[in-house]
Design a protein around this ligand. Structure first.
Ligand code: NOJ
Length: 556
């Protein structure tokens, strides 16, 4: 196959299609940058680092929740969806952030958490006060307990964080919380709930927000029969699609059809991406242009670093995205999983939860190898058609902080699991911006989760301008991607040596990743990016290289 440079089919991102192949950078606000020294990241802290994001070359920022919250689940327990947590800032500071991002050419996506509120939400407090049978309780999923006085839970369901999914309120009623007890589930059959969320979407869209990331998009609507199925019945492998009482019900798409009307009432239309842990064949409905428009594909969070696995994941997901009339998404890290530099430092098949419980010592990670593979995987993903979601700190090559003292853990998983799962705090440790300073440049004070001393070695200021550093590698990768970006197509190059995967994008952009242990020959073309050290004509193990056709010369 051969492409001449001048033939490169460009895929100009318009105001309406910017998201299709965007690089979206996730900011976890409490851990990004702290302007006032209280140890908690805030909106002015993010605004102050817009130059970093611009230099990095991202197209959009996705802000995890910054709403008022008791932090029972890192902010995903929302007290008021149309306000800013005073510890994080003010609405005026939010507007400043929007202005600064837009001035830098960066769009903004905010997190919407529609399955549950916090137990401090005014409507939940009203429901508690109003008592059984009241209209106030109908906005949530309250149900009479079993037994003469309602003393037993309505079912034996367990929450995602462990422990029972029903909480008693002391008057015979119990409420459903698929996550922590501080996160009561909304009743999506209630018109108030539907209307209130539409108002929330408009509230942020009116403030200039460009898109939304939808938390647990596959929950929301529920079908609770008079007799509830048992937890074991729900686990049955042969449960037909859409038959689960609270996950992935078909009715949820009616909710998103109504949201789509709101999105499309703006110019340009607002975008959305669904966090929906559903079987791959059910993902298209969430990604449909009649619904949210795009859905996360988390396959690479679970995939082994292996040529055949990566190729299969890409083939399947490009097909799913096409079927949904959407673009594919690629995710290697986020605030819920062990950072990919650490995942790839562990032998395949390692139980990551057990590894965290060993404080990161059993097994000992291959730190250098993990970073090498993480960079190779990142470059592979960034060459694919579709949008790439990056997680704050991965541009520094940050590994997981696996030895956080137990006394400092904040994730509800830790307590709810009875100390058998350390949870997700290790990827949420405040970022090291500088080698020195009270919290490595995170802010003028401390940091709400303790930073390890080795953060000094990986701090942004230690990597800035240093050729070969992970930060410079990301900057180059994003700049080259922007220049070579083309239509959403890919062609596999067959016959590559075992362990290597190679594909081309229209217009003369070739990507080769060597997942195997042995070096493989460097394809023809001009090298424009390499995730590691390149031999003169060999691509070493765990390395990705991008090449561009040289004018007048055929490509690989
Ligand atoms: C998914 C979010 O990513 C996670 O952080 C949160 O704990 C749950 N949804 C519950 O909101």
């Amino acid at each position: 196959m051969s492409h001449l440079l001048e033939e490169r089919p460009t895929a100009p991102a318009t105001d309406a299609t910017w998201w299709r192949q965007a690089v979206v950078y996730q900011v976890y606000p409490r851990s990004f940058a702290d302007s006032d020294g209280d140890g908690i990241g805030d909106l002015p802290g993010i605004t102050a680092h817009v130059p970093h994001l611009r230099r990095l070359g991202v197209d959009a920022v996705w802000l995890s929740p910054f709403y008022p919250s008791a932090l029972a689940d890192g902010g995903y327990d929302v007290d008021d969806h149309r306000a800013v947590d005073p510890r994080i800032g003010t609405l005026a500071q939010f507007d400043d952030l929007v202005t600064a991002l837009h001035a830098a050419g960066i769009r903004l996506v905010v997190d919407i958490v529609p399955n549950h509120s916090s137990d401090r939400h005014r409507w939940f407090q009203a429901a508690l006060a109003a008592g059984p049978g009241s209209p106030e309780r109908e906005r949530y999923v309250f149900r009479r307990g079993l037994g003469a006085d309602g003393e037993r839970p309505p079912s034996d369901w367990t929450s995602v964080f462990g422990g029972p999914a029903w909480e008693p309120v002391g008057d015979g009623d119990w409420y459903l919380h698929l996550f922590a007890p501080e996160q009561p589930d909304w009743n999506w059959d209630h018109p108030d709930v539907r209307a209130d969320h539409l108002e929330t979407l408009r509230f942020w869209a009116d403030r200039g927000v460009d898109g939304f990331r939808i938390d647990v998009a596959n929950a929301l609507t529920k079908h609770l029969t008079a007799t509830l199925p048992s937890a074991e019945e729900l686990r049955a492998a042969d449960l037909p699609d859409g038959a689960h009482p609270y996950f992935d019900r078909d009715e949820v798409h009616e909710v998103y059809a109504a949201w789509r009307e709101v999105f499309d009432s703006y110019d340009p239309p607002r975008t959305a991406v669904a966090e929906a842990w559903v079987p791959a064949h059910r993902r298209a409905r969430y990604a449909s242009p009649l619904g949210l428009g795009q859905a996360f594909n988390f396959d690479l969070l679970l995939a082994r670093f292996d040529a055949a696995t990566y190729r299969t994941v890409v083939e399947e997901n490009l097909r799913f995205a096409r079927d949904a009339e959407s673009s594919s998404t690629w995710v290697l890290s986020n605030h819920d999983v062990v950072r990919h530099a650490s995942r790839f430092a562990l032998p395949p098949g390692t139980d990551e939860k057990a590894w965290l419980l060993s404080d990161g010592h059993d097994p000992e990670p291959d730190v250098a190898g993990g970073l090498r593979r993480a960079r190779a995987a990142t470059a592979f993903v960034l060459a694919l058609p579709g949008s790439a979601y990056l997680y704050q700190g991965e541009e520094l090559g940050l590994p997981e902080v696996s030895d956080l003292p137990r006394a400092d853990l904040q994730d509800p998983t830790w307590l709810r699991s009875g100390g058998t799962e350390k949870g997700r705090d290790g990827c949420r440790v405040p970022l090291p911006w500088s080698a020195d300073g009270p919290s490595h440049g995170f802010g003028p004070g401390g940091s709400h989760l303790p930073q390890p001393s080795w953060f000094a070695d990986v701090a942004a200021d230690r990597q800035d301008g240093i050729p070969g550093s992970t930060l410079e590698f990301y900057r180059t990768a994003l700049a080259v991607r922007r220049r070579l970006q083309t239509v959403e197509e890919l062609s596999w190059v067959e016959g590559t040596p075992e362990g290597a995967v190679q594909f081309t994008r229209p217009g003369g952009w070739t990507c080769l990743t060597n997942f195997g242990p042995d070096p493989v020959p460097l394809p023809a073309g001009r090298v424009v990016l390499c995730s590691g050290e390149l031999g003169s004509d060999l691509v070493p193990a765990d390395t990705t290289v991008w090449l561009e056709d040289e004018p007048g010369r055929p490509s690989a």
